[in-house]
Structure formats: structure tokens, C-alpha cells
Design a protein around this ligand. Sequence first.
Ligand code: GTP
Length: 878
Amino acid sequence: MSKEENKDKLRVYEYAKSLNMSSKEIITILKRLNIPVNNHMSVMENNAVTHVEQFFKDIKNNAAAKRENSGRNDTPVKPPVKSPVNSSAPASAGGSQTPKTPAGEGSGQRGEQGQVQGNNNSQVINKNQQEKQVSMNNKPNNSNQATSSSGTQATQERTNRPSNGGGQGARPAQNSSGQPNRSSAPSRTPGQGSSSQSGPSRQGTSGPNRSAQPQARTASTGGQGQSQGQGQRKGNYSNNNGNSNNNSNSSRPGQSGQRRFDDNRSGGFKNNRGGKGGRGGRGGQQPPREKIDNTPKKIIVRGNSTVGETAKLLHKDASEVIKKLIALGVMATINQELDIETILLLAGEFGVEVEVKIAVEDDRFETIEEVDEEADLLERPPVVTIMGHVDHGKTTLLDAIRSTNVSSGEAGGITQHIGAYQVEINSKKITFLDTPGHEAFTAMRARGAQLTDITIIVVAADDGVMPQTVEAVSHAKAAGLPIIVAVNKIDKPDADPDRVKQELTEHGLVPEEWGGDTIFVNVSAKQKIGLEGLLEMILLVAEVNEYKANPNKRARGLVIEAELDKSRGPVARVLVQHGTLKVGDAFVAGNCFGRIRAMVSDKGRRLKEAGPSTPVEITGLTEVPKAGDPFMVFEDERKARSIAEKRAITQRQSDLGVNTRVTLDDLFQHIKDGEMKELNVIIKGDVQGSVEALKGSLEKIEVEGVRVKIIHSGAGGITESDVILAAASNAIVIGFNVRPDPQTKATAEQEKVDIRLHRVIYSAIEEIEQAMKGMLDPVFKEVIIGHAEVRNVFKVTKVGAIAGCMVTSGKITRSAESRLVRGGIVVYEGKIDSIKRFKDDVKEVAQGYECGITLDHFSDLKEGDIIEAFIMETVEPK
Ligand SMILES: Nc1nc2c(ncn2[C@@H]2O[C@H](COP(=O)(O)OP(=O)(O)OP(=O)(O)O)[C@@H](O)[C@H]2O)c(=O)[nH]1
């Protein structure tokens, strides 16, 4: 036994459960007995069980002694019954018991050894049996005990009862007396006689449920329930009371009396009861025992749940549920998870109706793909973002469209800035996002927020394609969105729309009239020329792409922007993408939750509901979400709150977690895992020529079916926009003779974007190739130790140029490598020749100090240049 037990590692909670007691009670007892115990998961060593059983036994003995004094002795009667009962029962533990009193034991936990004490009866019994019994009994008893366990009194009472049970109705009183009630009740029940059995037991069941029942049985058996409770735990009890036990129990073969209590009761019950019918008297008491059947009519199931949780839902005791499960052919422990199907079956057994509400992956609701029936999908307005080079007229165009195309019904409203607005043309709506610019657009995309359906690239006809125009095109393409080019400022005398077309052709946007598929529209935002044509083209693209959504479901969408309003609290401007958002809806936005208190449209009108593609400003949030956060409506605020909390935790964890973006260091792993089909790369170089050369070479690389895809390239320093695009497109950035500025560098670090800087085309190509082959084994990593700004340049014959510098960050050391950066471009890389403070050569100069620096064989220094000092550190291979 003990061995087995050890194997099983009987835990406190299991042991407690076997006794129908709480872990806390067992822990309290263990502590009282000075047996070390930590918590409910602590292992119950054999000797601990023995001690606990002894503890019960002592209590019982005391009670018995008292009883004896009082002269009662019902027990005797039962004896016969008991032993039999017990023995059998136990043995079977699970199985056997069932037969007897279903209620019982069920689960028979691990037996305790305790039994030993079981003594009297026990002896007869086999240890094993005992053990089992114990468990079984225990449960039953436990209930009683449980209550009592803690309190001696209680115990006593019970004890009494049992005895009473044996014969006297008097006991009832006792029952009433205490918590024990429940348990007591049961016991009595038993008492009442076999006849009653069924009745009682049930009651028992219902109430404290199982526990009750078990006891009941015991009681019956034993006659004196009380003891049993504990009895089981160890025969001790039983024994003590033993008497009784024996009696009743005896009936049950197996039970050897020890558990008398149990035995008695239970055994008695079932078996004997008949005999004891007399006790029926007690029956009178039954009423109290009868537990109110609080089985719910219906429960809501939101997914798999453990036996314990399901029992709670059903207002049943876990053992009762376990027993039902066994009957259904499912062997489960209290912590075992049940799938919905099993829960349905189980609930059916209890006559409980189940409503299954499948929990969306609640806390990651933005990943849920809802598939709507084609018939439920209705056309929705397209959502448009305007991008383009600075000063090409994005804002003017947005304003012009907004002021001229307000639907008649809405005219007159007070225009609100809510991050987006809708216009109507030909009875169709178009939603424009109010924040122009590809940085904002891609920043949202980097966060997984895809708000836009169509992009409009604005190009000033007098200025032509500029760097940010190219960026905008790359960003739109990277997002896979249709592009319409608005050639703006055509009112200007030097406007040259054809030049714009020509230049964009070089970037893959070929006008329809030239055989391509890009729509170009000439407009003048200022003069409001061509706006209608532009809107019609948007509708045309929308028609082709058939943007649809199901308005008849709960709303979900994205936060466009949010802020804390002094008078209204957190305010969020959201774009409803699916379903219909209604006032009063409980929702989660990012890690925040709330209930829609009020909704206002872009025309300043209060809305009661907002359908797909509608931008609205909402109040009723508890906190301020972030732009790009997803939002979704949930059935109630409680649920919304718990999801928001879960999301906050998940986010904290992922913030601490590992980089999910691709880097050259883990590229091979991604490729090996089959996660990548192409490696997105952004190339920035000092001159267009080298960018093109690098681009051409990289595009030729193909390793194991994975190719390099250049999603953006250009001449100039690495900008934040490049990093954001890389983050949104899971790309790496290659800088050829260029450097990121500090802000860009910080963003790259934050976004975990891998930037690789090279001065030789060949090394850039080789690095990518090696990384794709998994052969990249960087031995050194560059660590920048400081920056110094050149404030003056002194030319000294024979020495060359001395840069009068201010160390602006970190430190500059003479042993460090250096590079000279001018306007984001690296113009020199090499050794530092000397560092002087006043006239003295020094080894290093720290931030905030001035110094004179000469670079090894380089004297083309200019004011404003930045000297970057770095060292090469060995890198642990990943
Ligand atoms: N002549 C003429 N001027 C225009 C037109 N559209 C815009 N402008 C002018 O161009 C300048 C820049 O316009 P904005 O709308 O601010 O340009 P933007 O692209 O939003 O600029 P940023 O917000 O700085 O990126 C303003 O002075 C406008 O009045 C146009 O169609 N014709």
C-alpha cells in the first residue's frame, strides 16, 4: 500500500477530497499535529495519513467515551452489518461502492492507510480493502467530519448522531446542531433505516451532495453515523465507535467495520436499513437534511472546463460528477478537462440544459476569422488613405473632398475631426482616413492594423515624383493595396502631369492609357478641379474589388486614434469594419474595455449605431487605447474586462519576449521551418547607382526556393519610415554607406528591425547569401561607444586636420574604430589617430567634454560631421 501510495503521491487535496474535507482542514490538522505541510499539493506521507487518522480516531474515541457514559450503544446492533459492508465496499472502492450507494464514494480516493487503526473491524479486513473503504467512506464521512473535523464538538456531535442513528431519533437534534448538519443529516438518514435509504441518500446527495450520501450510508450501516465519517478515514473512528460500525457495517462485507461510521451508515443504509426502519423516526429530521435541489435549469458553457469547474456550474459535488462520468464511461479526476461534448452529455445526465457559447479566442480576438455567409454580406464603403510627398497637397485634397462632398442629408452638421470622414457621391459613400502620410499608415500596419482598402498617391504636377512619393508607393505596394494616383496642382502653370506619369512608370505604376493598370486622375485640390472624377475612380476600384461586410453581427474594427479628453474621459475614434456598433455595447479595444456611452459621427451627429466602414467617436472607455488597436464587442462588460486584462498580461509577456521579426541571425531557421518564401529587404545607399547594383545582385539570390524581395530602395540615409516599413513587412534593412540617425536607430531597436550596414557591395551580398544558407556565423558585433560632433576644424601643417569636437554621447577612445558621418552618409571609416585634451594626448574623452581628434589618414573634416566611435565585440553564436 504505502508503496503504491507513494507512487501515486497522495496529495493533500486528494486526501482531503477522499475525506470530503477541504484541503485547508487537512492542512490545519497536519499543522496541529506538527506534521510539515506546505499547501494542498504537498504529498501526504504514509505516516502523515496515519497520524491524521489517529487524530480522527482520538476524537472519535473521546466521543465514544462520552457516549458510553451516557449509556447508549446502538452500535452493537449494526456490527454485523458493518463489517461486511465495509470490507466489500472499500475494496471495490470505486466499483463496488457504486453498487451500494452510488453516491458514495465514487471516486474513492486513495485509501489511506490509516485504516490500520481501523482496528476492530479492520483487522478483519484487508488492508487494501480498508484503504479503499476508507476513501470511500471517507468521502461520505468526510462531509460530516469535514465539518467536524475541525471542531471537536462537531465530531462529537456526529458521533453521537451515529449512535443515535443507531437508535434514537434524538440524534436529529444533534444534526441540527451543527454544520455537521449536512453530514449529520445524512447520517441520520441512514439511521432512518434502510427503508429510508434511498430517500435519505438522495437528499444527502443533493445537499452537500455526495458527502451527505456517503455518510448516510455509513450511518445507516453503522447506526451511528458519526464515527463513520471519520471512520473511514480510518477505521479508527469506526472502531471507536466501532461498535456501531461494526454493526452496521458488518453488513457490508468488505467494510470491515472500521469505517464503521461509514459502514454503518452507508452499509447500514443500504443493506440494513430495512432493519432499522425504526429509525424512521429520525426521518422526521430528514427535512433538514433534505437539501434544496439547486441544480440549475440551464448552464452556459464557453469551452472545455475541468471536472471541478463543471461540477460547480452544475451545483454538484465533484465526486457526484465523477461518478456520473464513470457511468458514462469517462474516467476523470477533478482536475481533468472535459470537452464540450462530454459536458453536454454530463449535463444531460443531470437534466440540465446547456447553452454552448464558444469562446472566441477571447483574448486574441483580432485573430479570429469570422466567415460570413455570402448572403449576409452587404456592400460597404471603401476606406481610402491619402499618401504622398510633403507639400504635394494631401491635406488640401482631403479638405477639398470633405467640404464639397458632404451628403445632403448630413450637410449642416458640425464637422468633427474623428480621424476619418465619409463623403457621398452617386449615392455611395467613401470613407477617408484623415491622417495622411504613409508613415502613419505603415505604423498602423506594423501593428497589424489594416484599415485601408485603397490608397491615393498624391503627386504635385509641378514637382514630380519625390523621395517620399517613392516611399509611399512602396508602402502601398507592401500592403498589397490598389493605388490611384492623384496628379495634383494641375492649376499651376508649370504643372506637367505627363512627367509624373513618366516618373511613376519607373516605379511600376503604368497609366492605363499607356497600357498599364494604374488609374491616374488630374486634380487641383486648391481649385477643386477633378475631385468628382477622383471619387468616381475610387468607386470604380471599390466596385471591382467588391468590398463587403456583414452588418448584422457584433461589431469589430480598429481604433484610428484615441486620447484622454478632460471632460469626457478616454475618447476613441474607431472605424467599424464588421457588424454594427451600438450604444450600450460592451467592448474591448486593445487592452482597454468599456461600454459605449455615446457615439458621434464625423458630422458631429449622435448616432445610436454604426455599420461597416463607419468612423465614429466613442466614449465610455475606462482607459485610452492606442491607434491601431483592434476592438470588438462582447456580450457583457464583465467579459470585456476579463479579456482586456488577459490581453494586458499577454502583451506584457510578449513585450518581454523574443523578437518575432526576422533577422539575418535567425533567417535560416525561418527558412528551414518553411515559414518564409521570400526575404523582404529594404535597401538604402549613398547613391542610386550602388543601390541599383546591390538590388540587382540581391534579387538574383535564391536559396532553397527562397528569394530576396526588395520592397523598397532609395538613395539617402536610413529613415524611420524605412524602419516602420520593415517592421510592417517583416523586412531587414541594408544600408550601403549610409547610417540611421539616432531616432531611427532607436525605432529599429524598439521594433526589433535588423539593420545591416555595409561599405562593400560584395560583403552585403555575401552576408545575405550566407544567412539564407544558415552559414552566417557572426563572430563580431559592432558596439557603438560614443559620438562626437565636429564643431571646428583646424588645419595644421604636417599634422593635417584636427577636429575640435564635443563628445555628445558615450565616450571616444583612442583604441576605438571610427567612422565619419556627414548628413547620414558615411564618408570615412578607420582608426582614430589621436585624441587631445588641450595639449595632452588622452586615451579617452567622455560625454560633455571637448577634445581634438585626428583621424588616421583622413583630413577632409567639416563642421557638423559626426565621429562615431565603435568597437567590435565577439558575439555568442545563437
Ligand atoms: N496651386 C495649388 N496649390 C496647392 C494645391 N494643393 C495644395 N496646394 C498648396 O500646397 C501647399 C501644401 O499643401 P498641403 O495640403 O499642406 O500639402 P501636404 O501634402 O498635406 O503637406 P504635408 O502635410 O506637409 O505633408 C499648400 O500651400 C497648399 O495650398 C493645388 O491643387 N494647387
